[in-house]
Design a protein around this ligand. Structure first.
Ligand code: 13P
Length: 254
């Protein structure tokens, strides 16, 4: 976590939270953030679509950014049930997660679709958090590097830059399981991602793009993970649903 990349602690609430608990969680985080005189990290929460507006209000006068978990690639039109990047921008979002492995698995999203969603996010002036990561079978078969490279090149829009792109490396087998790769394994994948970004976008952009680790990040392991040279924060699922744990993870950046 070099000085020039400000760590980002992002919470992915997934399909969790009704109005009262979602708003209480957002309010607790907002209070913590307001008490922080000079935060050395950025924080973002990505609630389900139903809570985006309410959480946005709860966070309004705090430095915590609002995000969403998915979007449609088109600006508007006949896409029943879908949400556009302009709609999310309208609600105050500044980040959109795209290509999460749960969407790739549950909705068959391809790299091409993820790329289109990321491009739409960036075209609306928002930052895309593009998720990539191997399954357990792929890791066991020694395919991690290949899978990560293919997903990255297939999902990264041409106009990607440090100001509109975050990459989250989330090994599928580490999500919600309590298992994580070793620190060396995390760093080697992040270094590979940085090297691939350098080839695709040049050194300046690649050096500026934040690479998050995601998958069973907790207060107990966050400090070591975030201290790795190419890890610039975390994308946190389960532990982002408890204000205390999520805040403790953010404090690992201090
Ligand atoms: P967990 O932190 O629950 O493992 O989830 C990680 C994740 O999928 C974040 O997007």
């Amino acid at each position: 976590m070099p000085q020039d990349r400000r760590p980002l602690i992002a919470g992915n609430w997934k399909m969790n939270g009704l109005t009262s608990d979602g708003l209480s969680l957002a309010e607790a985080l907002a209070q913590n953030m307001k008490a922080e005189t000079d935060p050395v990290f950025d924080m973002c929460v990505c609630p389900p679509f139903t809570l985006v507006a309410g959480v946005g209000e709860a966070l309004a006068d705090s430095a915590i950014a609002l995000g969403a978990q998915d979007c449609h690639a088109q600006e508007k039109g006949a896409h029943t049930g879908d949400i556009s990047t302009a709609m999310l921008s309208d609600l105050g979002c500044s980040f959109i997660i795209v290509g999460h492995s749960e969407r790739r698995a549950d909705h068959g999203e391809t790299d091409g679709e993820v790329k289109a969603k990321a491009a739409a996010t960036q075209a609306s002036g928002l930052t895309a958090i593009i998720c990539i990561g191997e399954t357990e079978e792929q890791r066991d078969a020694g395919q991690t590097f290949e899978v990560v490279k293919t997903q990255l090149s297939g999902s990264l829009p041409d106009g990607a830059a440090a100001t509109n792109t975050v990459i989250a490396y989330e090994p599928v087998w580490a999500i919600g399981t309590g298992r994580t790769p070793s620190l060396d394994e995390v760093q080697e994948v992040h270094a590979l991602i940085r090297a691939e970004l350098t080839k695709a976008l040049g050194e300046v952009q690649a050096d500026g793009i934040r690479l998050l680790y995601g998958g069973s990040m907790k207060p107990e392991n966050a400090r070591d993970l975030i201290a790795l040279a190419d890890v610039d924060g975390g994308l946190i699922g389960g532990a982002s649903l408890k204000a205390e744990d999520f805040w403790a993870i953010a404090q690992s950046c201090v």
